[in-house]
Write a protein that binds this ligand. Structure first.
Ligand code: ADP
Ligand code: ADP
Length: 232
């Protein structure tokens, strides 16, 4: 479903070039929950942003669902991005929009009619357990509820891939568990491929099938979670 081939990313900065990724090869199968773990600054966020091309790799190829993302025109890329949803550590919700309108936002941007939007949004709010909160604003919600809105919004364009960038790092352990359970539930119900970026081992152990350990822009180790984390 996702294939990264020899990905390199170098940022220009005032103090000179920063090599964030130095040759990443990674294959993620359809329906897998794949974890990417590493210390702060290891390159995790750059890696996940190369999958949806929020960052353009300096070298290498990115394939998602059979399409070479690195070869698309800007218009083709906008279309292809609809197959990739993303959730964030700090939720990135619109504070002046209700729960309903936050989830509807990407569909409005895509020009969908109000009736079609309603048919898409209502089941999503139900799926994440927020049907009673549709008309509340983000400031009225707990952290876990805000991330449920983020998840519903990410699913609005019916993606095949869900990218989670430190999605539970701002949540307490109990809420983290509930959100991870929801992500696994969605992975199974919608047969969605999920990529989980985290610095927390517990998150990987809780829901991931496979894991890649990233260190200074290279993959130090990868494989099934049980194999990678039971080495002496
Ligand atoms: P992680 O997500 O693992 O914390 P990042 O991908 O955010 O790592 O960062 C990897 C490296 O790239 C770090 O050295 C970071 O400082 C650098 N970096 C990230 N984004 C930028 C940017 N926009 N400009 C310059 N350097 C950056
Ligand atoms: P948690 O214990 O999960 O962090 P909170 O204590 O923040 O949750 O909220 C508990 C309940 O109260 C939630 O259902 C939330 O939506 C509701 N709530 C919190 N703040 C407000 C508010 N300012 N106005 C209306 N409802 C609120």
């Amino acid at each position: 479903m996702i294939k990264l081939s020899h990905i390199e990313k170098t940022y220009d900065s005032p103090s000179g070039p920063v090599k964030a990724l130095r040759g990443i090869d990674l294959t993620i199968g359809r329906g897998e929950i794949y974890g990417i773990i590493g210390l702060s600054g290891a390159g995790k966020s750059t890696l996940v942003r190369c999958i949806n091309m929020l960052e353009r790799p300096t070298a290498g190829q990115v394939f998602v669902d059979g399409r070479e993302m690195t070869a698309l025109t800007p218009a083709e890329l906008r279309e292809a991005r609809k197959s990739i949803g993303m959730i964030f550590q700090h939720f990135n919700l619109l504070s002046s929009a209700t729960v309903y309108d936050n989830v509807a936002f990407p569909l409005k941007l895509a020009g969908m009619s109000a009736g079609d939007i309603r048919q898409r949004v209502e089941p999503l709010l139900k799926l994440v357990g927020l049907e009673a909160k549709a008309h509340q604003y983000p400031s009225q919600l707990s952290g876990g509820q805000k991330q449920r809105v983020g998840i519903a919004r990410a699913l609005a364009s019916e993606p095949k891939v869900l990218l989670c960038d430190e999605a539970t790092s701002a949540l307490d352990p109990q809420t983290t568990k509930a959100i991870l359970d929801l992500i696994r539930d969605i992975n199974q119900k919608l047969r969605l491929t999920v990529v989980v970026i985290t610095h927390e081992m517990q998150v990987i152990k809780e829901i991931c099938d496979k894991v890649a350990v990233i260190d200074k822009g290279v993959i130090a180790e990868q494989g099934p979670v049980l194999e990678v984390f039971t080495n002496p």
